[in-house]
Design a protein around this ligand. Structure first.
Ligand code: C5P
Length: 237
């Protein structure tokens, strides 16, 4: 296994997307001591609740609870406060909830919890935007909603790798840019991600945190995939 600590693996969040509890626990034990962040998504949280967060935390990394909250401000504030009680380090909320929802979320967030705002979900193309009566290009909407998230004091946004360079130019550090859709580790074939980049390109374009699921978790040899990733990222940083 890659000797720890690798500074750049601190910028990797492994997405623990599985319906099987044994697999979830195995991934926590395998990746938890080696990467900066473990991401608990809706699939795991709906199945196992706070226990999924506790299991991820047990191995020492920061924990990213990816619930993509979107409701009236009072309800979201309550959920954000509850996530804070679980000791969550990152939590997602939807930009479409608007400034008042983001403000309520920020006020309710525990000191350790960084709020990450999901702008446009990556499966929404231009045609979907039109059918939702959302005017303008997806690029402009992502920029505008990112500006709103920043104005409301949120810590960062989740964005596709292809949006990174533009968003970084508009939003200097320490505003966080967190990106899924990382591919090119040479470990998986075709899947549902379309707007992708390799880890090196994403880091160079200004990503703070790379969210990586299947290229690590479904790799024939996850340890080898992690080692390759660490070597690649170390050569960038
Ligand atoms: O397996 P893969 O590397 O595609 O995992 C990416 C992770 O990032 C998944 O947990 C997915 O839910 C999440 N995500 C995404 N696109 C977004 C927001 C989150 O792929 N726009």
């Amino acid at each position: 296994m890659y000797p720890l600590p690798s500074r750049s693996l601190d910028q990797v969040a492994v997405a623990l997307d599985t319906p099987d509890r044994e697999t979830f626990d195995r991934w926590c034990a395998l990746f938890g001591p080696r990467v900066g962040v473990l991401k608990v998504g809706l699939q795991a949280f709906v199945r196992w609740g706070p226990d999924a967060v506790a299991e991820a935390r047990r191995w020492g990394p920061r924990v990213f609870l990816d619930l993509k909250l979107h409701d009236i401000p009072n309800t979201v504030a309550g959920a954000v406060a509850a996530a804070g009680d679980l000791g969550v380090d990152y939590l997602t909320v939807h930009a479409a909830g608007g400034p008042s929802m983001l403000a309520a979320a920020r006020e309710a967030a525990a000191e350790r919890t960084k709020l990450l705002v999901v702008t446009l979900l990556t499966h929404l193309d231009q045609e979907s935007l039109a059918s939702l009566d959302l005017a303008g290009s997806s690029t402009d909407r992502v920029s505008r909603w990112t500006a709103m998230a920043r104005a409301e004091g949120c810590s960062g946004v989740v964005c596709s790798p292809l949006e990174l360079a533009r968003l970084r130019e508009q939003n200097p550090s320490p505003f966080l840019l967190v990106t899924p859709g990382i591919r090119g580790l040479g470990t998986t074939g075709e899947d549902d991600q379309r707007r992708t980049a390799d880890p090196e390109t994403a880091l160079r374009a200004g990503a703070d945190l790379l969210v990586i699921g299947r290229p690590l978790t479904r790799a024939p040899d996850p340890e080898a995939a992690l080692r390759t990733l660490a070597e690649t990222l170390d050569s960038v940083s």
